[in-house]
Design a protein around this ligand. Structure first.
Ligand code: 9MR
Length: 389
């Protein structure tokens, strides 16, 4: 009984993570690619994992280079991977990523220099402020300078805010004080003057946290320190996509004179047991079959919700494309998504534009259509305007 329970668990993790051998080939679509569709509007990117950087999957590789013009490493540039010990850095995978991107004409967004999560254990054990400061300075200088000009952008600081807009209680706030974000940008600019610098966070479209982000960005600017943009992560649920807040955030951030990017877009279709929003990686809950209702496939009604969700978001992105530099999806296909394992391990989620077989979903076709219609409407609008002159 216990064995069969373990076997079911392993199988569901394998299925949800996309370890399936029955993948049919990705075929280039007559209908167009994502990057071709949004050329001239904004860069379109995806997060990629180690196997994708190592080019283990030829079909998936073609899908990436056909559809995206930018990539963000999902995990391999995080401190615990790139800087595992006090005096040892491991650039093997990030160098490979840069080479892969150069070969395929992809821009790279570095993710991320300073984040309270996924810190190496030697940092987590630090007790005194001097050690933390030394780590912080060395880490930014060493990593950012190695890739100066080779990356399009850096998420310099990730998730430094609480939901109420105050500074998150992290090791950096505790040991370095609330100027650490300004300091991180100052160091990153010195080390990497040819790479754009972003502040990145989830839920910063929500009013209180947005106000906190605006305060933080103004603080950086008032200190005379360079910042290029803000990344709204965009981890939403098909039942909660706060369009009005997102639009207000785009407008208010753009007023600060910086670029707005959507950096980690995905739409969960599964219930969140704690009913919270966002992407706090420390949240988790016990597995319960009731929380995993679509193991046999996505019902049409939910597929429609997903399509409508993506459609309304891309309509908004098009409306504000003059303020938006990049839209990045957090993963290439459903099998790869972190949402199969957060906040509950081993579920089957469907948050992206390509399914586990790498097949484009209805949402993919819909957003390509929006752009086609958008262009036609805009042309006839302009034509009418000329006729009325
Ligand atoms: O997708 C990432 C997942 O594979 C990792 O296990 C997780 C652990 O920290 O981080 C995920 O990516 C996060 C990103 O780095 C920052 N914003 C929230 C993302 C989803 O948790």
């Amino acid at each position: 009984m216990r064995d069969s329970f373990i076997l079911t668990g392993i199988l569901s993790i394998l299925l949800s993570t996309g370890c399936t051998s029955f993948r049919s080939p990705y075929e280039p679509k007559q209908t167009g690619s994502l990057k071709g569709t949004f050329k001239g509007d904004f860069t379109i990117g995806t997060a990629i994992n180690t196997d994708q950087i190592r080019e283990k999957d030829a079909t998936g590789g073609k899908l990436i280079t056909d559809n995206f013009d930018a990539v963000t490493p999902e995990n391999i540039m995080k401190a615990e991977v790139i800087h595992p010990e006090w005096d040892r850095y491991d650039f093997s995978l990030s160098d490979k990523l840069v080479a892969y991107a150069q070969k395929n004409n992809l821009k790279v967004n570095g993710h991320t220099l300073i984040w309270h999560s996924q810190l190496p254990s030697f940092v987590r054990r630090m007790k005194d402020a001097d050690s933390v400061r030394q780590y912080f300075t060395n880490h930014i200088k060493t990593v950012a300078s190695r890739y100066d000009g080779k990356l399009e952008s850096w998420d310099v600081v990730n998730e430094a805010l609480e939901e109420d807009g105050s500074m998150r209680r992290s090791i950096f706030l505790e040991k370095l004080g609330d100027n650490f974000v300004v300091e991180a940008f100052r160091l990153a600019r010195q080390a990497s003057p040819n790479t754009k610098l972003y502040y990145n966070d989830y839920n910063i479209e929500e009013p209180a946290k947005r106000a906190g982000a605006i305060r933080l960005i103004k603080k950086i600017q008032d200190a005379g320190v360079h910042i290029d943009g803000v990344g709204i992560q965009g981890h939403w649920n098909v039942n909660y996509i706060p369009l009005k807040h997102i639009e207000d955030a785009i407008i208010e951030f753009a007023v600060l004179g910086i670029d707005v990017a959507f950096t980690e877009l995905d739409l969960s279709v599964l219930p969140n047991p704690r009913n919270t929003i966002g992407a706090d990686v420390d949240q988790n809950a016990e597995y319960d079959a009731k929380l995993n209702p679509y193991t046999g496939g996505l019902p049409d009604s939910v597929q429609k919700k997903l399509t409508v969700g993506y459609e309304s978001l891309f309509r908004l992105f098009m409306k504000h494309s003059d303020k938006i530099g990049r839209v990045t999806l957090w993963g290439v296909h459903d099998g790869q998504s972190w949402l199969n394992n957060w906040p509950v391990m081993g579920r089957t989620n469907y948050p992206l534009l390509f399914d586990r077989q790498l097949k484009p979903k209805p949402a993919f076709y819909k957003i390509i259509k929006i752009k086609e219609n958008y262009s036609v409407n805009n042309q006839s609008h302009q034509k009418n305007a000329r006729i009325n002159q």
